[in-house]
Design a protein around this ligand. Structure first.
Ligand SMILES: Cc1cc2nc3c(=O)[nH]c(=O)nc-3n(C[C@H](O)[C@H](O)[C@H](O)COP(=O)(O)OP(=O)(O)OC[C@H]3O[C@@H](n4cnc5c(N)ncnc54)[C@H](O)[C@@H]3O)c2cc1C
Length: 601
């Protein structure tokens, strides 16, 4: 990146020491520490990691402070030891993790035999398509975090990491922000703040005896005694809970014939786990597909973008037509089998689940696993599955433009198809569920469209009532995953009091506005004041608050995209010529926006 000569002269005139060095990624303008722009990153999970990787390419030297409430920074919620059990698997292989200093495979290969043995990873089985325990991914992220700090420091940025340090508020002060931390340390001022607080779960999930609001931290599940255990959910989080419980009460062993078996330990055989969901279906096994993604031919990002520009009315149906055309072209046999040309955005899901819906879930899971393994061995891609996969983020780009009615239609069933297709699970996870079922410890129940969960009148656990009857559990675990949080849930009161955080709204067909959860942000993740004007220098790439309009934002690839987006936005803001900032300020003077909000936009 070239250095702007005029800018250097100007900085010299300001009598700052100016130096130019060749850093890792760019030439860097060195400034006295007091002149450096200060960037606070709240949270140090994958979003922060990828933000840091981009921030250190900034040509101005920065003062970056990373606040992390956990004991160990650089890992993130799903990858921390303690919160997660070593048996919990990630569903992202090395090849899909966006670029970091070292790939996961390279990093694993450089680990000691002792580390690999403890993690249960045979050295000869390290591969870019394999799945590893989430705590191992956490160790990998931490190593990348350390390396980025080394690189950032070499590029003359000052980077400070504060572990065990929970940010309790972000307070707007003039054009900057004060960070307040728990424990009463003096506030510190920052020019830019990235709120990368990610997932949000209660520290103590057991809200009444035997009733768990969430399956995290895993250590909480380890206290459960055997008996009848009900788990709401059948996808990734629910599988996590099942596997954690299974590890507490027995062992999985691979037999000579390759089959996995589960054996309960001790004399207490009362353990019985029931997984429950609306359809009572298990997720499918991870399927083979080319990486990086191939580009769709019809339902392309550009075509969907052009359609978005034409307005919200009829958008869901038009996007569905593009999706349908893509699917039909990719896999004509599948299209004919499910009678695709007769389907709409409202009826597609029923056809998609079709056969699977009518089969016994474990029988289906076994068949699907065999097929997935065969396809992996022959590197065969099922075309319709891949077409859905490569269009999911393109479809997502239209979601925030849907009318309230279309959003409700999308959420009712069409959304679930994409989640089902991309959130496939490691083969080992399916094998574990099958082994538990064969041993008589696990069943799945379809609840239908209406179910009620209540702990009323019970000493412990919960009663689940659905149209097919009622079940009482000694222990109940809600494992339906991260809930969509709204502006009211944001723990930073001063931002809300200053009117900088607004609830996300969706336009109704009559022009009204409906709250749909989440907070309103622009495409750079800056909160929108009154849903319209972005707050400068504040970024909120926190997944729990974005899910309402970005339903597929949950994976590591999304965290990378969010982190890179906000960091690039900061770099672009720093590079803005002074003139444009002045012009903006003079425009603001004439603007009748509320005083507090105006100062930050
Ligand atoms: C159980 C689970 C399993 C998952 N498995 C996968 C998977 O296998 N593959 C995949 O691709 N994606 C997976 N995901 C998706 C996951 O969203 C991303 O992988 C990623 O964790 C998002 O990163 P993040 O940094 O935004 O949030 P987080 O990972 O949640 O990180 C946020 C960090 O901020 C810290 N923090 C929060 N509040 C404060 C505060 N006030 N002050 C200081 N620090 C704070 C937290 O301690 C945490 O370390 C999973 C998600 C969950 C919940």
């Amino acid at each position: 990146m070239a250095i702007n000569a005029k800018k250097i002269r100007r900085v010299r005139q300001e009598r700052d020491r100016v130096d130019i060095v060749i850093g890792h990624a760019a030439r860097v303008v060195l400034q006295e520490p007091r002149m450096r722009k200060r960037v606070a990153i709240v949270g140090s999970g994958p979003t922060a990691l990828f933000a840091l990787q981009t921030l250190i390419t900034c040509s101005q030297s920065l003062n970056i402070v990373i606040f992390e409430s956990a004991e160990v920074a650089g890992k993130g919620t799903p990858y921390q030891r303690g919160i997660n059990a070593p048996t919990m698997l990630s569903n992202i292989p090395s090849i899909e993790i966006p670029s970091l200093p070292t790939t996961l495979v390279e990093w694993l290969s450089s680990q000691s035999n002792g580390y690999l043995t403890e993690a249960g990873i045979p050295r000869e089985e390290i591969s870019d398509r394999a799945f590893y325990p989430r705590v191992v991914i956490g160790d990998y992220f931490r190593a990348q975090f350390d390396e980025l700090i080394v690189r950032g420091t070499a590029a003359r940025h000052a980077i400070e990491v504060r572990e065990n340090c929970t940010v309790s508020d972000v307070i707007p002060v003039g054009p900057a922000f004060d960070i307040e931390i728990e424990g009463g340390a003096p506030r510190e001022s920052f020019d830019y703040v990235i709120v990368a607080t990610g997932h949000s779960f209660a520290q103590h999930p057991e809200t009444s005896p035997g009733y768990f609001d969430a399956p995290w931290p895993a250590t909480a599940l380890e206290t459960i005694s055997s008996g009848k255990i009900g788990i709401l959910g059948t996808s990734l989080s629910a599988i996590d809970a099942v596997v954690t419980l299974a590890a507490s009460f027995g062992r999985f062993n691979r037999k000579g014939d390759g089959n996995l078996v589960y054996t309960g330990q001790g004399t207490d055989n009362r353990l019985h786990i029931t997984m429950m969901s609306r359809k009572g279906l298990l997720p499918e096994a991870d399927f083979y597909f080319p990486i990086p993604y191939e580009q769709p031919k019809i339902c392309t990002a550009a075509v969907v973008e052009e359609r978005i520009i034409l307005g919200s009315s009829g958008l869901l149906d038009d996007v569905f037509d593009l999706f349908k055309a893509e699917l039909a072209m990719a896999d004509p046999d599948y299209a004919e089998r499910i009678k695709l040309d007769e389907l709409t955005a409202d009826t597609f899901a029923a056809a998609y689940y079709g056969v699977r819906d009518r089969r016994e879930p474990f029988e289906w899971a076994a068949t699907n696993l065999t097929e997935a393994k065969r396809n992996y061995a022959s590197k065969h891609t099922v075309a319709w599955r891949y077409a859905i996969l490569i269009t999911h983020e393109i479809i997502e780009s239209a979601v925030s433009y849907f009318t309230a009615d279309d959003l409700a239609r999308f959420n009712r069933s069409f959304k679930g198809v994409f989640a089902d297709d991309y959130a496939t699970v490691p083969h080992l996870s399916i094998e574990r569920l099958l082994a538990l079922h064969r041993a008589g410890y696990l069943e799945i129940v379809a609840l239908g469209d209406r179910a009620d969960v209540s702990a009323e009148g019970l000493d412990r656990g919960a009663r689940v009532t659905c149209e097919f009857g009622a079940m009482v559990f000694d222990t109940f675990i809600d494992a339906t995953g991260q809930k969509v949080l709204s502006a009211d849930d944001l723990p930073f009161a001063a931002l809300k009091d200053a009117g900088l955080i607004s609830p996300a709204l969706t336009v109704t067909p009559r022009g009204g506005r409906l709250r749909t959860g989440g907070i309103s942000v622009d495409d750079q993740c800056r909160p929108l004041v009154a849903g319209v004007r972005p707050v400068r220098r504040l970024y909120t790439p926190a997944v729990s608050y974005l899910l309402h309009k970005r339903p597929f934002v949950q994976g590591i690839t999304s965290a990378a995209e969010l982190g890179e987006t906000v960091a690039s936005s900061i770099i672009a803001d720093l590079a803005r010529p002074l003139r444009s900032r002045k012009a903006r300020r003079s425009r603001q003077k004439q603007d009748p926006a509320p005083a507090a909000a105006k100062e930050f936009t």
